[in-house]
Each structure stands twice: as structure tokens, then as C-alpha cells.
Design a protein around this ligand. Structure first.
Ligand code: ATP
Ligand code: MG
Length: 301
């Protein structure tokens, strides 16, 4: 079978445990992401999600294992991979606009200054930042606005892979909802591949094509790949009406509440460590339910 666009192969990360020994955070974590896919990863605090993301970004090296993206082994950071961190990480001395043009200029060195600015402004507008606000420095922006700038900056560079580490963790629910929808819109337009860490189950169901579930550490691994069988376009208010929504949600809650613990601490040989695919689709069972419904309608006036 052909390799997926992003192939994470038997990643193992050990750190010193502070007491002279070694802590194996995750072992033989293996999964793939297809081109254009939006994949979220869920797992308890400390299971190693950010560490995996740092390896994907090329900012850290795993103890063993490797990552292949588009046929090439990932080693060191690259403009092909854009990262959005939880703490915004904008350059504080530059305006919102210059934070975006900075990367675009590095990426497209033959573009004129006007073209770079026009491009950056388009991406800022996609996340709702237009007019004078783009000339403000990060300290003059709200937390939600800063996060919008980070997202615009990452997408504007057209990276082959976009890595988001809990990008909305620090935002209030209303702002979070708005930016989630902006993220979906911008992703829909650019067809980029996105890998995102979140702690929020509802956010993951809204955004993802697939959710990867990690067991608790030590010796964590990616145990399941849950398909989100809810058609797009999705929006926050309508998605909960879909027959698959609560079935998927309950499965995720069960995993995080129970299975992630039951599976924790087991050493993995790594021979067949790809996650189990889980597909929940209640819409397939709908006709049978309809057959049964005349019983319920038997009483009328
Ligand atoms: N540089 C390091 N040196 C030693 N231990 C580390 C280092 N980086 C991470 N760890 C340990 O590795 C484990 C996984 O950390 P990581 O930040 O990847 O977790 P996470 O899944 O992202 O958690 P959270 O959901 O809280 O962000 C933790 O036990 C952490 O203490
Ligand atoms: Mg983390």
C-alpha cells in the first residue's frame, strides 16, 4: 500500500525521569495523515502530544522512529511545516500585518512588496482582521485577535502541513467558536493538511475528518483512529442534531475516561502498532427504526 502523505513510524520518546532513570513517554507511536486531511489528536495531559508535534515540526528528535512527509524524512524545521502554538508566539515588535508578511517574504522571495502585503491582508481578512487593526502590535490586540494573526500567518505561508498545538486553549468559549469557524473556512479554501492537538472533544468533532486517540503514558501510543462520519460543511449549532454526533462523542468520552487508562503502561512491540479504525454511523440503521415506528403511532384520536 502507498504511504500516506505524512507517515509517523514507530516513534519512541524517552526522557530522563529526574531520578537517574528513563521515562518512556510514548513507544512505537505509528499513524498516517492523508493530504488535505484535518486530523485532531486527543489524549490526557502528559501523554506526549506536544512532544509528537515538536517532532513533526522538526523542532525535536525522537529517541527512535521517524517521520516521512511527502516522501522526505523530516529533519529540522522547514517552511513546509507551519506551527501555531498555544501562546501565540507573535513577534512583539512587529504589527499584525508585519508578523504575517515576515514569513511570506521568506517563502516567496521573488514577490514584490505590494504583492506580499496584498497576500498577507487577504489572509488576515479571512480571519476577520481588516482595516486599521492590522497595523497594531500584538500588545495592542486582544488574545483572540492575536490567535487570529497566528492562524493567518501560518496559512499565508502555504505550508504543506499545518501543526496546531491547542491553539484555542486560552480563549473564551464565544471567541473560540468564532475562530473555529474561521479556521474551517480558511482550511476549506486552501485544502491544507492540518494536524491539531486539542483537549476539547466537541471542538475535535466539529473540525476533524478523523480523531486519533492516545492512551495514557508511560508507553503511550495512538490506539484508535475515529472517523467523523458527519458531512461538511458543519457548524456548531447544527452538528449536534446529527444522529452520529452523540454516538461518536460517547465513544470518545468512554475512551478518555476509561480505555486510555486500561491501556496505559503496556509496552508495545511495535510490530503492528497502527491505530484501530473506528467508524460509527448510526444513519445506516435508520430504515430499521422506521419499520418499527408504526407500533409507536398506533394510538391516535
Ligand atoms: N525536554 C523534556 N525533558 C524531560 N521530560 C520532558 C521533556 N519534554 C516533555 N517531557 C515529559 O514528557 C511527557 C509528555 O509531555 P508533553 O508536553 O508532550 O505532553 P502533552 O501530551 O502535550 O501534555 P499536555 O496535554 O498537558 O500539553 C511529560 O511527562 C513531560 O514531563
Ligand atoms: Mg501539550
Amino acid at each position: 500500500m502507498a504511504k500516506p502523505f505524512l507517515s509517523v513510524e514507530r516513534l519512541t520518546q524517552k526522557f530522563p525521569d529526574g531520578a537517574g532513570g528513563a521515562l518512556t513517554v510514548f513507544e512505537n507511536a505509528t499513524f498516517g495523515v492523508e493530504k488535505g486531511e484535518f486530523v485532531c489528536i486527543l489524549g490526557h495531559s502528559g501523554c506526549g502530544k506536544s512532544t509528537i508535534m515538536n517532532v513533526l515540526a522538526g523542532l525535536a528528535e525522537p529517541t527512535t522512529g521517524g517521520v516521512i512527509m511527502d516522501g522526505t524524512e523530516v529533519s529540522g524545521p522547514s517552511l513546509d511545516r507551519g506551527v501555531v502554538f498555544q501562546n501565540y508566539s507573535l513577534l512583539p515588535w512587529l504589527s499584525a500585518l508585519k508578523n504575517v508578511t515576515f514569513g511570506v517574504r521568506a517563502r516567496y522571495q521573488d514577490w514584490s512588496k505590494t504583492k506580499v502585503e496584498k497576500h498577507a491582508k487577504e489572509f488576515l481578512a479571512m480571519v476577520g482582521l481588516e482595516g486599521d487593526v492590522v497595523y497594531r502590535k500584538p500588545s495592542q490586540l486582544s488574545g483572540g485577535m492575536r490567535q487570529r494573526v497566528s492562524i493567518a500567518r501560518a496559512f499565508a505561508n502555504h505550508p504543506k502541513l499545518l501543526l496546531l498545538d491547542e491553539p484555542f486553549g486560552a480563549l473564551d468559549a464565544l471567541t473560540r467558536g468564532t475562530i473555529q469557524e474561521e479556521l474551517l473556512k480558511i482550511w476549506g479554501k486552501t485544502e491544507q493538511t492540518v494536524f491539531m492537538i486539542t483537549h476539547d472533544i466537541d471542538e475535535a468533532i466539529l473540525l476533524a475528518d478523523r480523531i486519533l486517540l492516545m492512551t495514557n503514558g508511560p508507553f503511550a501510543r495512538v490506539a484508535e483512529s475515529v472517523e467523523i462520519t458527519i458531512p461538511r460543511p458543519r457548524n456548531r449549532t447544527e452538528i449536534v442534531e446529527h444522529p452520529n454526533y452523540y454516538a461518536i462523542r460517547n465513544h470518545l468520552v468512554q475512551f478518555l475516561g476509561q480505555h486510555s487508562k486500561d491501556l496505559a503502561g503496556q509496552e508495545n512491540s511495535g510490530e503492528n502498532n497502527a491505530p484501530e479504525t473506528v467508524r460509527i454511523d448510526m444513519t445506516q440503521e435508520a430504515p430499521e427504526e422506521e419499520d418499527a415506528s408504526p407500533h409507536l403511532r398506533a394510538v391516535n384520536d
